[in-house]
Write a protein that binds this ligand. Structure first.
Ligand SMILES: Cc1cc2nc3c(=O)[nH]c(=O)nc-3n(C[C@H](O)[C@H](O)[C@H](O)COP(=O)(O)OP(=O)(O)OC[C@H]3O[C@@H](n4cnc5c(N)ncnc54)[C@H](O)[C@@H]3O)c2cc1C
Length: 485
C-alpha cells in the first residue's frame, strides 16, 4: 500500500475502507487494476474494525471482543497490497466526466491532514466502488439536541479510536444489537450505566416470531445471547419503554420515559441513543444511481445486480451501502463486486472464488429476517411529536414538516424550499428518513411515492476556497462566460 499518489487516473477508485471496500480493493489490485482507496477514517477498517491496526486495546482484547480484532487480518492484507490509499479525506462527488470516458471523484482533505487549510482535488477513474457503509438511523426525541446526548455509534467510535468513555451517570436508550454491544463494552470499561431503556416494540417481536427458528441457526443467536446475559447481569435494563425525553436547561441532566401508564425520571449526565443503522446513500443518490424504498428495513437502498453493478455502468456498490448486511457479508460482497469491476475493466478475475463468497454471504445473512423485524423501530421514535426538531442543521421541527405537507408540499424536495430542511451542512444525511416518513404519513401515502430529498453534489461540506482553487478558468473561457450574460 502506498500513500503517495503518482498517477491521477485510476482503473478503480474505492470510496470507503471498511470490509467491503478493502476486500474489493485487494482483489482488484491483485488482478492488475490501478486502485486508489479514499476513506474518512484515520486508518483502514471501516466502522466495525475502526482503528484496529492502532488499537489502544491491543493489550486487553476482552474489552472490544474477538469480532473486532478479527479485522486485523484483512487490514494487514490491505496494507500489504499494491494499491494507493488516502485516509482522513471525504469524497463529496462521484460524477461521470463530460466526455463520458471516466468518472470524476471529488475529495476534500481535512485541514488537519492537508496542513493549514482544507484542500480539494478531483481524481479520475474508469470505475468506482461506493462502499461507504451505514450510518445510524435518526432518533429524534425531545431534547436530543442537548449537549450530552450522543449516538451509540459516535460513542463507540470515540471508544475504539481514542479509548474515551462518557463520564458521570450514563443512560443508554433505544433498540438494536449495537446498543447492547456498546452497553457490554461500556460495562467492561467501568462506565457508570444508570439504565438501559429498551424501546423495542411488542409489535416487532410478534412479527419476528416466524423467523425465530432461522435466527436460532445463525451465528447471531449465541453471540446475541452471550451479550444479553452480560448486559442483564451488569446493568439495569428497562424493557417496554414507550416514550423518551432528554431534559435539562442547557445540557442534559436527566431522562424522562414512560413505560405503560407510568412516567419515570432518572438523572443522567449523558444519554446514548441508538435505533439501528441504515445504508448511507447520499453519494449513490447524488451520483444518480437508482434506489428503492425497503418497507421492511424502513430505508432507501440502491438497486444492484449480481456483481454489485449499480444502474450506472462503471459505478458499483457493496457492503452495508446496499442494505444492512454485517461485516462478514460486506467483505464477501466486496470480493463479489471485484469480479464485476474487473470484468467491466476487461481484466481477469483470478483467485476470486465467487461461489464460496456467495456461500459466506448467505451464511452471514441467516437470521437477518428476524433481526430486521425484531428491532424495527416503533413509529413514535421515527416520527416524533410536533415540538421535536427533525432537521438539526436548520432547526426545523416535525410540526413544521407536517404543516407544510398539509399546505401542499408533496415531498421532501418541496420541504427544502418551504423551510430549508435538509439544506444544512449534513445535506439531509441525518433528517432524510425522518422527513420522508413524516410527509408520507401526513399525506397518507407510501414513503416510496413520497421519495427522498434529491441529493446533489457536494454531498459533504467543502469550503468555497477549496472549490474555487480546484480549477483556474482559462482567459478565453472567462470571455465566453461574460458574453453569455
Ligand atoms: C457507527 C457504526 C458502528 C458500528 N459498529 C459495529 C460493531 O461494533 N460491530 C458490528 O458487528 N457491526 C458494527 N456496525 C455495522 C458494521 O460496521 C457493518 O456491518 C460493516 O462494517 C459494514 O462494512 P462496510 O464495508 O459496508 O462499511 P463500513 O465498515 O461502514 O465502512 C465504510 C467506510 O466508508 C467511509 N466513508 C463513508 N462515507 C465516506 C465519504 N463520503 N468519503 C470517504 N469515506 C467515507 C467510512 O468512514 C468508513 O470507513 C457499525 C455500524 C455503524 C454505522
Amino acid at each position: 500500500m502506498s500513500t503517495v499518489r503518482e498517477k491521477k487516473r485510476y482503473d478503480l477508485i474505492v470510496v470507503g475502507a471498511g470490509p467491503a471496500g478493502m476486500a474489493a480493493a485487494i482483489a482488484c489490485s491483485k488482478n492488475g487494476a490501478r486502485v486508489l482507496v479514499l476513506d474518512e477514517g484515520k486508518s483502514p477498517g471501516g466502522q466495525i474494525y475502526r482503528s484496529v491496526s492502532t488499537s489502544p486495546f491491543a493489550g486487553d482484547r476482552s474489552l472490544l471482543g474477538d469480532d473486532y480484532f478479527k479485522g486485523e487480518k484483512l487490514v494487514t492484507e490491505f496494507s500489504r497490497s499494491n494499491l494507493e490509499y488516502i485516509s482522513t479525506c471525504s469524497v463529496w462527488m462521484v460524477e461521470r466526466e463530460a466526455d463520458g470516458s471516466c468518472f470524476g471523484i471529488g475529495v476534500q482533505y481535512s485541514a488537519h491532514s492537508s496542513g493549514e487549510t482544507a484542500k480539494s482535488e478531483v481524481f479520475q477513474a474508469k470505475s468506482v466502488l461506493i462502499a461507504t457503509g451505514a450510518l445510524e438511523r435518526p432518533f429524534p426525541i425531545a431534547g436530543w439536541t442537548l449537549p450530552g446526548v450522543i449516538t451509540a455509534g459516535a460513542a463507540q467510535t470515540i471508544l475504539k479510536s481514542a479509548a474515551l468513555v462518557p463520564d458521570g451517570k450514563v443512560v443508554l436508550a433505544g433498540t438494536g444489537p449495537l446498543l447492547y454491544l456498546l452497553a457490554a463494552q461500556f460495562a467492561r470499561s467501568g462506565v457508570k450505566i444508570e439504565a438501559l431503556l429498551d424501546t423495542t416494540s411488542f409489535n416487532g417481536m410478534r412479527t419476528a416470531l416466524p423467523f425465530a427458528f432461522e435466527f436460532m441457526r445463525s451465528r447471531y443467536f449465541f453471540k446475541g445471547l452471550t451479550i444479553l446475559k452480560e448486559v442483564y447481569s451488569k446493568t439495569r435494563v428497562v424493557r417496554g419503554v414507550d416514550t423518551l425525553e432528554a431534559i435539562g436547561p442547557t445540557k442534559i441532566t436527566g431522562v424522562t420515559y414512560r413505560k405503560g401508564s407510568k412516567a419515570h425520571t432518572i438523572k443522567a449526565d449523558s444519554l446514548v441513543l441508538h435505533q439501528g443503522v441504515v445504508p448511507q446513500v447520499n453519494l449513490t443518490m447524488a451520483a444518480g444511481c437508482d434506489h428503492h424504498w425497503n418497507q421492511l428495513r424502513l430505508a432507501f437502498e440502491p438497486q444492484t445486480g449480481d456483481f454489485a453493478e449499480s444502474s450506472i455502468p462503471g459505478i458499483f456498490i457493496a457492503g452495508d451501502n446496499t442494505g444492512i448486511v454485517g461485516a462478514d457479508a460486506a467483505e464477501a460482497s466486496g470480493a463479489i463486486a471485484a469480479v464485476g469491476i474487473l470484468t467491466y475493466l476487461g481484466l481477469p478475475s483470478n483467485g476470486i472464488a465467487v461461489e464460496s463468497q456467495r456461500s459466506i454471504w448467505s451464511a452471514a445473512m441467516l437470521g437477518r429476517g428476524f433481526i430486521d423485524r425484531f428491532y424495527k423501530p416503533a413509529p413514535q421514535f421515527r416520527m416524533p411529536g410536533d415540538d421535536v426538531i427533525a432537521c438539526r442543521c436548520e432547526g426545523v421541527t416535525a410540526g413544521t414538516i407536517r404543516e407544510i405537507a398539509r399546505n401542499g408540499a408533496q415531498g421532501p424536495n418541496q420541504a427544502k424550499t418551504f423551510c430549508r430542511s435538509g439544506m444544512g451542512p449534513c445535506q439531509g444525511r441525518l433528517c432524510g428518513l425522518t422527513v420522508s416518513e413524516l410527509m408520507a404519513n401526513e399525506l397518507n401515502q407510501p414513503v416510496a411515492d413520497t421519495g427522498h430529498y434529491n441529493i446533489r453534489n457536494p454531498v459533504k461540506p467543502i469550503t468555497l476556497g477549496s472549490l474555487a482553487a480546484l480549477q483556474k478558468i482559462k482567459p478565453e473561457e472567462e470571455v465566453k462566460a461574460q458574453r453569455l450574460f
